[in-house]
Design a protein around this ligand. Structure first.
Ligand code: IMP
Length: 428
């Protein structure tokens, strides 16, 4: 039995696409288990750039790629993404979509946008892709699933019922235009014809892969600090981008998970609102944003940038049971005279070593830093840990110590080859 989970150890955008792509080489199958097209994974392979949102990264290497039931699926957006990837030569004969996956419908997107713009609600800074409202319907038990879409009459019945309620809300609460039943039904039933060949009960298939000794890679989207339970609530997404999310989102038992690699940038970024103790609102923050190309793949929004926070990543290590860390974008720090590492927080004169659940307290936490000497080494062609300069090694070793986790991968550039491997994967 050999399965490995990739999770974001910060607020998303940690470079999971690249690490997944790298580990896909060793895997037999790749599974997405939560989130939706709010994610943006960039995979660079043989010099070609692929932008993925919903499609599992495994597709780039033509490996069986599963969209699990924990995903929020916008079928129109999926088809658009597939068409773009097909034009880049990607083949889709190994894609599988779970029958239990909930659908994002146009009213979810509309509600997400209107709620974000409404002064009566807290602005989260969502991607406005309908993710939150889709998961709300799922827990409200009025969601529409892929299996419903496969049965036109059932789909239309459920759509009619939901649309009646939503149109009342749109009109009465938001004074907004109503949505048209026929328009949505036509578009979605057309989409159903396109995705039908990929639809299956995937948890059975994934369980069989695991049982037969295949190497299964679970690809998380977003990050631990955006988990709806353990993130900076309410400034979070609506799913569980943590190792625990794999079980419900892919339909496998916790005992089937062997390894969990947490991805963290060598610094920190966040998009959207919410606390961020190590945020840099100065020239260093701008430097990281420009040098690291810190603009969202999905929305194009500039990302907030700051120093690495070991309190946050240690929290992620514990919540996810991390067996290794992948530190990405180490090369972005090259050229800085000094690099700061947050080792704890100070709140009203008291030292905190954990993330407080109370948002108002977290908001007022000040980072306590250790300062490291920077480096000038061009590390783009470094492939072994020993060839890194001593200052980078000191920085990484302290991160590993404070996060209580070995560093098993270091990324020194965007290409698949620009990677230092410092560990073993899939029980090798
Ligand atoms: P939602 O997932 O669109 O509802 O957005 C909720 C929060 O999660 C917002 O702060 C978003 O910016 C953030 N978020 C959602 N997806 C991603 C992602 O893939 N990377 C980073 N942040 C994300």
């Amino acid at each position: 039995m050999s399965s490995l989970v990739i999770v974001g150890a910060q607020w998303g955008d940690e470079g999971k696409g690249k690490v997944t792509d790298f580990l896909t080489d060793k895997a037999d199958v790749v599974v997405r288990y939560q989130g939706g097209n709010n994610a943006g994974h960039t995979v660079i392979s043989n010099g070609k750039v692929y932008k993925l949102h919903l499609v599992p990264s495994g597709i780039v290497q033509n490996k069986p790629s599963v969209i699990g039931s924990g995903v929020a699926l916008d079928p129109l957006s999926l088809i658009e993404e597939m068409n773009e990837l097909k034009m880049q030569g990607i083949i889709f004969d190994k894609l599988l979509i779970d029958k239990r996956t909930h659908l994002i419908l146009p009213y979810h997107i509309k509600l997400d946008q209107l709620r974000e713009e409404s002064s009566a609600r807290t602005e989260i800074g969502t991607t406005k892709r309908g993710i939150g409202p889709c998961y709300e319907d799922k827990t409200k038990r009025c969601g529409i699933r892929v299996c419903d879409l496969m049965m036109p009459e059932i789909f239309k019945e459920k759509l009619k019922q939901n649309l009646n309620n939503v149109n009342t809300e749109l009109k009465k609460i938001y004074s907004s235009d109503e949505l048209d039943f026929d328009d949505i039904a036509d578009k979605y039933l057309n989409a159903a014809k396109i995705i039908r060949p990929y639809v299956a009960d995937t948890s059975i298939i994934v369980q069989d892969y695991i049982k037969s000794g295949k190497k299964v890679l679970f690809e998380g989207a977003q990050g631990t600090m955006l988990d709806v339970n353990y993130g900076t609530y309410p400034y979070v997404t609506s799913s569980h981008p943590t190792t625990a999310g794999v079980c419900v989102g892919a339909g496998i038992p916790p005992t089937a998970i062997n390894e969990a690699i947490g991805i963290a940038k060598a610094y920190t970024t966040r998009v959207g609102k919410g606390p961020f103790p190590t945020e840099l609102l100065d020239k260093t923050g701008d430097y990281l944003r420009e040098k690291g190309h810190e603009y969202g793949v999905t929305t194009g929004r500039p990302r907030r940038c700051g120093w690495f926070d070991t309190v946050g990543v240690r929290y992620a290590a514990r919540i996810n049971g991390l067996t290794g860390l992948a530190i990405t974008k180490l090369d972005t720090l090259t050229g800085l005279k000094e690099i700061k590492l947050c080792v704890s927080y100070k709140y009203k004169g008291e030292i905190l070593n954990v993330i407080p659940p109370e948002l108002n307290i977290f908001d007022e936490c000040e980072p306590v830093y250790e300062v490291f000497e920077g480096w000038e080494q061009d590390m783009s062609s470094v492939r072994s840990y020993n060839d890194l300069n001593d200052n980078a090694k000191k920085y990484l070793s302290r991160i590993s110590e404070l996060c209580e986790t070995p560093i098993s991968i270091i990324s020194v550039g965007p290409d698949r080859q620009q990677t230092i491997i410092n560990g073993k994967f899939f029980n090798e």
